[in-house]
Design a protein around this ligand. Structure first.
Ligand SMILES: O=P(O)(O)OC[C@H]1O[C@](O)(CO)[C@@H](O)[C@@H]1O
Length: 545
């Protein structure tokens, strides 16, 4: 057993998990439950009262957090300690939203000045492009941005741009290309005019196959459509920590925006990786996004554990994963602009906490990161919510909704809100056999049939959910919301004693993919791998089944 599962608190939580009354009873016995189990900070309101939790549960979970030295671990992250131990890196995405007056030391150097310089460089670039001073090779202003990147160098900019659609004030269009499938970039290029298109290649390492290949294709298209080598500087920019490689690739040094080793890919939208966002919403709005995240950082660093939103959310999710065998967690956004957020949180959490050994290499004897998935309300209600209500798996849910819509038409938003709140209520209270029978009392069915149908209509309820609200979706509230989930992920990793900041599993896939590529292009059929891999490669080489 690991130290964690041996601990008295872990054992106490395990015993306690068997004795929690149904949430219906918890609500009935305490009319102040909503008030007691909700909190608001940084423009966000969290209702966590619909959880299988009593005051004792919360006490025990917070004791577990204290025993795991969560406080000290939070301090270590903010202080720039090397907490990504396998890659020997500090984890300082929080420095990207720091203020000018702060001083944050990484590897012996204050990094705030370079963060500010990069923001200023972004500002100049955004101003130049959006004020139409930046001209393409035929003298026309830029109308379209193509952001090429993958993983953290893609999802953050894409999802945040989508979420902040009401704030697109610059008149530019932005297209995102990630997948190495040639169809993705080909379909985009069909829509574009090389004279007015600006490509931004985003790759921290400048070594990611998909991004390099897509950028080479974009460059070849640009040259084939009439641009010359000397025009490339007017149409290609890059964001990378590998400036030498970007220059070698042919990107003009002035158009290269720096990144740093102390920013993980999935935490990088706050850096120049967010350039496509800034080009769409303008720098003032981009800075407001940073400000929202910075407010959440301050809350996370300073609020007592019992009033700390990322801590409460992280510990409650861990509660279900470790003590109720919940294998997944669903994120349901009741706002069309936030439809991409579940995919963003999926990458954030699953790449961070999909780990099986502790920091010292011991195999864990407890579940770590769950599968994160989700979608847009109310669409899911007519599909997978059935399983949430009546399936055999326990799936804790987060419901996210702004109180005010950017598009307040008729009764739409009232209906959206009623669906959101109605779902959390249904998940919590369920429907008893007696209630189901009562509903059927006026039907013409026989008593036997009524009983049968009633059994099918029973919903156990007691399904946990959090509800997160904000006044309105703004750059600032979105910044707070994303930072909340970043820190929630950190909290869980800290308790599980895993490294939430490396991704060796993903790296292996990259290495083997390159090896397969060599075998696909080799003179002879593949024979050296396992029979399945050889067989698949050889089928591909032949091009037919
Ligand atoms: O920005 P890069 O170096 O191209 O990497 C892209 C992505 O690849 C990963 O390393 C693994 O998929 C992510 O963490 C990262 O965001």
């Amino acid at each position: 057993m690991t130290i964690l599962t041996q601990s008295t608190t872990w054992q106490a939580l395990s015993a306690h998990s068997q004795n929690i009354p149904h949430m219906r009873e918890l609500f009935a016995s305490d009319p102040a439950r909503f008030t007691k189990m909700s909190l608001s900070s940084c423009g966000l309101f969290l209702d966590y009262s619909k959880n299988r939790a009593t005051p004792e549960t919360l006490n025990l979970l917070l004791t577990l957090a204290q025993e795991a030295k969560l406080d000290a671990k939070i301090k270590a992250m903010f202080a720039g300690d090397i907490i990504n131990t396998t890659e020997k890196r500090a984890v300082l995405h929080t420095a990207l939203r720091s203020t000018v007056d702060q001083s944050i030391i990484a590897e012996g150097q204050d990094i705030v000045p370079e963060v500010q310089q990069t923001l200023n460089k972004m500002q100049q670039f955004v101003t130049s492009v959006t004020s139409r001073l930046w001209k393409g090779y035929t003298g026309k202003a830029i109308t379209d941005i193509v952001s090429i990147g993958i993983g953290g160098s893609f999802l953050g900019p894409k999802i945040v741009s989508q979420a902040l659609r009401p704030y697109w004030i610059t008149g530019l269009n932005c297209h995102f290309v990630a997948n190495v499938d040639g169809t993705s970039i080909s379909e985009k290029l069909k829509l574009l005019d090389p004279e007015t298109t600006l490509f931004i290649m985003s790759s921290k390492s400048f070594g990611t196959q998909e991004t390099l290949t897509n950028t080479l294709t974009a460059k070849a298209w640009f040259l084939a459509k009439g641009g010359s080598q000397s025009d490339v500087a007017k149409h290609f920019a890059a964001v990378t920590s590998n400036v030498a490689k970007a220059t070698e690739f042919g990107i003009d040094a002035d158009n290269i925006f720096p990144m740093w080793d102390w920013v993980g890919g999935r935490y990088s939208l706050w850096s120049a990786i967010g350039l496509p966002i800034a080009l769409l919403i303008g720098m003032d709005n981009f800075r407001a996004l940073l400000k929202g995240a910075q407010q959440m950082d301050t809350h996370f660093a300073n609020a007592p554990l019992a009033e700390n939103m990322p801590v409460i959310m992280g510990m409650l999710s861990l509660w279900y994963g470790n003590f109720f065998n919940a294998q997944s967690h669903v994120v349901l956004t009741y706002d069309h602009y936030l439809r991409g957020l579940p995919a963003y949180f999926q990458q954030l959490d699953m790449e961070s906490n999909g780990k099986s050994v502790t920091l010292n290499g011991t195999h864990v004897d407890y579940s770590t990161g769950p599968v994160i998935w989700g979608g847009e309300g109310t669409n899911g209600q007519h599909a997978y919510h059935q399983l949430l209500h009546q399936g055999t798996a326990l799936i804790p849910a987060d419901f996210i909704m702004p109180l005010q819509s950017h598009n307040p038409i008729g009764e739409h938003h009232d209906q959206l809100a009623s669906n959101c709140f109605g779902q959390t209520q249904a998940l919590m209270q369920g429907r008893t056999l007696d209630e189901a029978l009562a509903e059927l009392s006026k039907s013409t069915l026989s008593d036997e049939e009524k009983l049968l149908i009633a059994k099918h209509k029973v919903m156990q309820g007691n399904k946990p959910s959090n509800t997160l609200l904000m006044d309105k979706l703004t750059p600032e509230t979105l910044g707070s919301l994303i930072a909340l989930y970043e820190h929630r992920t950190f909290v869980q990793g800290a308790i599980w004693d895993i490294n939430s900041f490396d991704q060796w599993g993903v790296e292996l896939g990259k290495t083997l993919g390159n090896d397969v590529l060599t075998r696909i292009g080799a003179d002879q059929e593949a024979t050296a791998l396992d029979a399945s891999s050889n067989g698949l490669i050889n089928l591909y080489r032949r091009g037919k089944i």
